[in-house]
Design a protein around this ligand. Structure first.
Ligand SMILES: C[S@@+](CC[C@H](N)C(=O)[O-])C[C@H]1O[C@@H](n2cnc3c(N)ncnc32)[C@H](O)[C@@H]1O
Length: 180
């Protein structure tokens, strides 16, 4: 999360548009709402009503709710909702901390949402994906995301993997994609 927030802070400017593809407890949404300022906008997705409530309450408490549209929908339907080009899309995969551990992201819908995100991205825009493999289906999802990233044209995208060398190979890690 700190590394993901570092990248978001580097790239998002006041007035930018961004998407939180998995808003959960709303920490990423809140950071992006602050960074885009009053002139910017954030669209946040989650399949759980509970997650959207927690995010909505956090944004309201921090006075930035007006900059965010919350969508009770799967991120695989992202393009039905967001038609504008965006600077950043963030995915924090897995399950909602403190919630139902069986309601996790999965390979098919995550890859569909990543593909749609890549199409919506502005040149110089980034997609940040936090990957976990511990939950059921986590390894399959990771493999599908990595395969998708490997196949992107190097002319159109830069794709990096950020891992901690001094942690177990099962530790969460980050994928960073930049549209050239
Ligand atoms: C690890 S949590 C996100 C944590 C969040 N970024 C935060 O700062 O608290 C993953 C979230 O993805 C959501 N999710 C699972 N499948 C989804 C899908 N198809 N579309 C959107 N959200 C999904 C879960 O409900 C869960 O809240």
């Amino acid at each position: 999360v700190p590394l993901s927030h570092f990248f978001l802070s580097q790239r998002l400017q006041p007035g930018d548009k961004a998407i939180d593809a998995t808003c959960g407890n709303g920490q990423d949404t809140l950071l992006m709402a602050r960074l885009v300022g009053e002139a910017g906008h954030v669209w946040a997705f989650d399949i759980q009503e509970d997650a959207l409530c927690r995010t909505g309450e956090l944004l309201a408490a921090e006075g930035v709710a007006g900059r965010v549209t919350l969508h009770h929908a799967g991120h695989e339907r992202l393009r039905e909702t967001v038609t504008e080009r965006v600077k950043v899309v963030v995915f924090n995969l897995g399950y909602l901390p403190g919630g139902d551990h069986t309601l996790t992201t999965n390979a098919a819908t995550t890859v569909a949402a990543l593909q749609q995100s890549a199409e919506l991205l502005l040149p110089g825009g980034i997609i940040v994906v936090a990957l976990y493999t511990g939950q059921a289906g986590g390894v399959e999802e990771e493999e599908a995301v990595v395969r998708w990233g490997e196949r992107l044209s190097p002319v159109a995208f830069n794709v990096w993997v950020h891992r901690q060398l001094n942690r177990s190979s099962a530790a969460p890690y980050l994928l960073l994609l930049e549209k050239v």
